[in-house]
Design a protein around this ligand. Structure first.
Ligand SMILES: Cc1cc2nc3c(=O)[nH]c(=O)nc-3n(C[C@H](O)[C@H](O)[C@H](O)COP(=O)(O)OP(=O)(O)OC[C@H]3O[C@@H](n4cnc5c(N)ncnc54)[C@H](O)[C@@H]3O)c2cc1C
Length: 410
């Protein structure tokens, strides 16, 4: 029998979560293998929207890294959101840029963004990068964890599940199961020549009655391309027996807000789908000798569907925890529970507000009312702009008092 390769840590998945964790631990001296089933650059089904939070997370990791990212070419700057309400009206809300003087957000194909990230962990003598290695089995034993791949076998003191929505680490080592009330399904298709795009690169979110809670999106990309998609809560898809692909095509071909804009547009690929494990319910994020990160830890914002920022944030938090674990030689469930606590301290407030906003979509007339008021009154628009950026202000949106004030004061 071939002897398993030994490392301090094995990270499964070199997406944003796994790469962040490896990057943050690069100077620790710990030996790491980071394995991925794919070879980079690789595609990842996504809306490709990189919010201001993503750029801020890059700054938190390393200002040089953020600087390198900002210079990358194949991305479109985005300075706001164009919302379409259930009664087909639109509302433009500008982003307020945060710590950096460039655009507040970007749209960049994951093919390019993830390749940039994967590039950053190259050249460290303690990091072994193994692409085209699919983890097929994980076995826990008190002394170490064994990871079998289609090529070889590894052993490590700690295993990091950064392997996305269908995480094998989550399936084998935790009791987390797909829960359709806290899970969305998403579709993506790249297009060229969609007409009527906002000249300032605003991303578009279309909230139409038949797809709530969820939305159709059009995100601008360089070269007159666009990332077009549809995401919807899995429990609603089942309840209403929706065929998501058919719904997607139907919207593009027949919706009064979309059909003319797509008349001369050309699809660049077939429609592709993937799952979004939402962070609307607390989950088990760790256990004996393992931690879950990013999508494997269900950290996607339930209202916006964004998960890249939280994937990076979880990679940073995990790296800090791992350094402590190796210093004190503690890898057990009770020690790792501190990782769960830190994750939810950093993210739960925002995830909870987003869950409440998702629930508000049950009342489409409220959305129509908000858009109508904001279109009539610049100060309501400005208020919404600041709400997008600040979780405490955003909380106001879920209070009935806010709408009563809006009704009588504006
Ligand atoms: C349709 C859709 C639209 C989205 N739009 C947005 C958006 O616009 N903005 C945003 O911020 N977020 C968006 N998200 C969410 C975002 O894609 C994820 O939150 C993000 O990719 C999570 O990063 P991660 O590193 O945790 O996982 P991933 O990026 O999924 O990386 C996981 C890695 O693990 C590897 N892997 C998986 N299984 C194995 C295995 N068995 N062995 C070895 N390697 C393995 C994969 O190849 C992959 O490289 C969207 C998601 C979907 C599905």
């Amino acid at each position: 029998m071939i002897k398993p390769k030994l490392y301090d840590i094995v990270i499964i998945g070199s997406g944003p979560a796994g790469c962040t964790c490896a990057y943050q631990l690069a100077k620790s001296g710990l030996t790491m293998a980071i394995i991925d089933k794919d070879t980079f650059p690789r595609d990842k089904i996504c809306g490709d929207a990189l919010s201001a939070d993503v750029v801020n997370q890059l700054y938190r990791m390393d200002t040089n890294l953020a600087g390198t990212f900002l210079k990358l070419k194949p991305k479109e700057a985005s300075n706001g959101i164009r919302f379409f309400s259930p009664n087909y009206k639109s509302l433009d809300i500008s982003f307020t840029s945060q710590n950096h003087k460039d655009a507040a957000g970007f749209v960049m194909k994951r093919l390019d963004f993830d390749a940039f990230f994967a590039e950053q962990i190259k050249g460290f003598s303690n990091i072994t990068i193994l692409e085209n290695h699919k983890a097929t089995e994980i076995k826990y034993n008190e002394e170490f964890v064994t990871v079998e791949t289609d090529k070889t076998t590894f052993q490590a003191k700690l295993i990091i599940g950064a392997d996305g929505a269908n995480s094998i680490v989550k399936r084998k080592l935790s009791d987390n199961k797909i829960d359709k009330k806290h899970h969305s399904a998403g579709l993506r298709q790249y297009y060229k020549n969609v007409e009527g795009m906002n000249p300032n690169g605003f991303i578009e979110l279309h909230f139409y009655k038949e797809i709530l809670p969820g939305y159709f999106w059009v995100f601008p990309l360089p070269g007159n391309q666009a990332n077009v998609g549809l995401g919807m809560l899995s429990s609603e898809i089942s309840k209403q027996s929706i065929n998501l692909k058919e719904k997607f095509t139907e919207l593009i071909e027949n919706h009064p807000n979309l059909k003319d804009r797509f008349k001369n547009a050309k699809p660049l690929e077939s429609v592709k789908g993937f799952g979004l494990p939402l962070g609307s319910k607390k989950k088990q994020l760790s256990g004996d000798r393992f931690l879950l990160l990013g999508d494997a830890a269900n950290l996607i914002d339930p209202f916006t569907g964004e998960g890249i920022g939280n994937a990076i944030r979880s990679g940073r938090i995990a790296a800090e925890h791992i350094e402590k674990a190796f210093k004190t030689k503690q890898f057990d469930t009770s020690f790792n529970k501190m990782y769960d606590t830190k994750i939810y301290q950093a993210m739960w407030k925002e995830l909870r507000v987003s869950k409440s906003l998702q629930n508000l979509l049950k009342y489409p007339w409220l959305f129509n009312f908000l858009v109508k008021k904001a279109n009539k009154n610049k100060s309501v628009q400005l208020l919404l702009t600041s709400m997008l950026d600040d979780v405490d202000l955003k909380k106001e949106l879920i209070k009935p008092k806010f709408y009563v004030k809006l009704l009588f004061n504006y």
